[in-house]
Design a protein. Structure first.
Length: 67
């Protein structure tokens, strides 16, 4: 088995419109970074997703989502 510090992988992060899982929650941001030998590389991805609804103020503050 290859040790983790000798492997490459991608880490994903998502942001949503709420802290609870439910039918009204929407995705607002997707991010990813490529990790090689436990070092974050400059290979990254980030995009906002239109949730097609107003964002709650608590989520704007929590995620530092742009206004």
């Amino acid at each position: 088995m290859t040790p983790l510090d000798q492997r490459s992988f991608t880490v994903f992060d998502i942001e949503t419109t709420s802290f609870t899982i439910g039918a009204s929650d929407r995705l607002i941001e997707i991010g990813a970074v490529y990790v090689e030998n436990l070092t974050v590389t400059d290979k990254t991805f980030q995009t906002y997703v239109n949730p097609k609804r107003a964002l709650p103020e608590t989520i704007v503050e929590f995620t530092e989502f742009p206004r």
